[in-house]
Design a protein around this ligand. Structure first.
Ligand SMILES: [Zn+2]
Length: 184
């Protein structure tokens, strides 16, 4: 019955809040029992809207948090990559300035061998050749082991000259507290 449906529709909210008289309540309930359309409408009104909204909000927040986390991870990764690149660049510049080689790893390994393991010398680069040695190590010994003899007359300060069968090698020597550096 259409007319009855519209009356029940008007009363539904009041009935749900318990604000109708006993007769009206009985009328509404009796109608709801036999009218699927109004019953469905009542169910809809009764469905807790607030928790649904809260759930939706929670979901939205979770999505946002996930997106933000992903973004933050990307930002952190970018920063880490930048920091690593900067550190490597600094290490290379340091390596280049102090040891005469762009290879920081080999310079550090060579320095460790010479200073920590007390090896007499360590070659840390090939082109140009760079050798690190303990500060007190004599370059003459190193060259003698390779069959070279020093030509004292041709020595020019830190640049020393060695000969073997007419071939000459020029070695630039410098030394500090921790190591000697020989560059060919
Ligand atoms: Zn109805």
């Amino acid at each position: 019955m259409k007319n009855e449906c519209s009356i029940v529709g008007d009363l539904l909210a009041l009935w749900m809040d318990g604000l109708v008289s006993g007769d009206t309540a009985a009328f509404v309930e009796e109608h709801l029992d036999r009218c699927p359309a109004c019953h469905a409408r009542m169910e809809q009104l009764r469905a807790p809207a607030a928790p649904q909204a809260a759930a939706q909000e929670a979901r939205a927040f979770r999505d946002f948090a996930a997106r933000w986390n992903k973004k933050r991870r990307r930002i952190l990764a970018a920063f880490a990559a930048l920091a690593l690149a900067a550190a490597l660049l600094a290490a290379c510049l340091f390596s280049s300035a102090v040891f005469g080689t762009a290879n920081f790893v080999s310079a550090a390994a060579g320095l460790a061998r010479v200073t920590l393991l007390n090896e007499p010398w360590a070659e840390i680069a090939r082109e140009p050749k760079v050798v690190l040695a303990a500060p007190e190590t004599d370059l003459t010994d190193y060259m003698a082991a390779r069959g070279f003899a020093e030509n004292e007359q041709e020595r020019m300060g830190a640049l020393r000259v060695f000969e073997k069968d007419g071939a000459k090698e020029y070695v630039l020597c410098s030394v500090n507290r921790w190591f000697a550096r020989w560059v060919w």
